[in-house]
Design a protein around this ligand. Structure first.
Ligand SMILES: *Cc1c(COP(=O)(O)O)cnc(C)c1O
Length: 233
């Protein structure tokens, strides 16, 4: 086996093992946490190697790079997730290409995605990106803006809202990120208490290479892992 494929397979096995143990600590089965392999900056061969090792879900943070890789791996039955910020001028492309989009941060973007998806007969699943820390450098809806996005979903015919996504402030120690993960879970619970259907917040996309175990302990249902699978970018 070429060494790239071997390394990726070995790392994937170890991450799956760690996911299973963290899921267990949170009282869940391993299959209740979906691993999204973030392949940004890595070539299609890396995606193929991960697929050969059983990986089905992949994430890209840029529409253009994602479109290219989707095209280059069209022969594989992969599920592609758009995990980065989405500009409205790329909403149409994204809505018709990515089956899962973790980047909705305004009612306007939701409406754009729904219109584009409806016109193309696509049915993307969407997550609302939340900016809990109020970081000006990051995208995402403020917690007080989130409810309006869920209200807007009532008028959507093609897309479905399925949860929340978080890109928290970086901290060296994953324990320092735990409160943000907990806050996202609490925000989902608050939305349900306020009448948002539980199915619309059932997914919590949070946790990356250095903190996915803590995120799972706090309820993550999707973790987005790049470096720990593919290596340093
Ligand atoms: C790059 C990226 C990841 C993966 O980060 P790693 O630290 O490499 O695991 C996760 N989420 C988003 C939004 C990203 O842009």
């Amino acid at each position: 086996m070429p060494s790239l494929a071997h390394d990726i397979a070995t790392r994937l096995a170890s991450i799956r093992e760690r996911i299973a143990r963290a899921a267990e600590r949170s009282g869940r089965a391993a299959d209740q946490v979906r691993l999204i392999a973030v392949s940004k900056t890595f070539p299609p061969d890396a995606v193929r190697a991960a697929y050969e090792a059983g990986q089905m879900d992949f994430g890209e943070n840029k529409v253009q790079e994602g479109l290219q890789k989707i095209e280059q791996t069209r022969d594989l039955p992969l599920t592609w997730h758009l995990i980065g910020h989405l500009q409205s001028n790329k909403a149409k492309k994204a809505a018709t290409t990515f089956p899962v989009i973790h980047a909705v941060d305004s009612p306007e973007l939701l409406r754009l995605l729904d219109r584009a998806a409806a016109a193309a007969g696509a049915k993307p699943r969407l997550l609302v990106q939340v900016d809990l820390a109020g970081e000006t450098t990051k995208h995402g809806a403020r917690p007080d803006e989130v409810r309006a996005i869920f209200d807007e979903a009532a008028g959507c015919t093609a897309v479905t809202l399925e949860g929340l996504m978080l890109l928290p402030p970086f901290a060296e120690n994953p324990e320092d990120v735990r409160p943000w993960f907990r806050q996202l879970r609490e925000l989902a619970a608050t939305l349900v208490a306020d009448g948002v259907p539980a199915t619309m917040v059932r997914e919590l996309s949070m946790g990356m290479s250095h903190d996915f175990e803590v995120a799972i302990e706090e309820g993550a249902t999707m973790v987005r892992v790049g470096t720990a699978i593919f290596g340093e970018r």
